[in-house]
Design a protein around this ligand. Structure first.
Ligand SMILES: [Zn+2]
Length: 119
């Protein structure tokens, strides 16, 4: 994992909407202080693992297609994003700092991260 702090990139790439983005092998942060945010870093490390498991490019293709599907389901950009299976796995487990030590291969495919959630 290579941490980069770039407020400019974050503003340009995600319009300031996110605090961090993971583009294997980089995790790009909006602010220097986020380097100390263990939960955020853990969230991004889960995405790094997901990206490796799908040979990087597969992750981005799946992520975009699932985002479109979730948008169709929820009609909300935020809810579409929060319901992508990769995000559900990352948000559900970000507080468990040892999660990656016991995580199963392709865990994002687990049925608990699918189906429609109301939030
Ligand atoms: Zn995420």
């Amino acid at each position: 994992m290579i941490l980069i702090v770039s407020p400019f990139f974050m503003r340009w790439f995600v319009a300031g909407y996110a605090s961090a983005i993971t583009l294997y092998p980089f995790v790009i942060l909006k602010h220097e202080r986020l380097k100390k945010d263990k939960v955020l870093i853990n969230h991004e490390r889960i995405h790094l693992k997901q990206q490796i498991e799908l040979l990087i490019v597969g992750f981005y293709i799946w992520y975009m297609l699932e985002y479109l599907y979730r948008y169709y389901q929820h009609r909300s950009q935020y809810r579409a994003y929060r319901n992508i299976s990769f995000e559900r796995e990352a948000f559900d487990n970000e507080l468990d700092l040892d999660y990656l030590e016991t995580r199963k291969l392709w865990a994002f495919r687990d049925k608990q991260y699918w189906g429609k959630r109301k939030r």
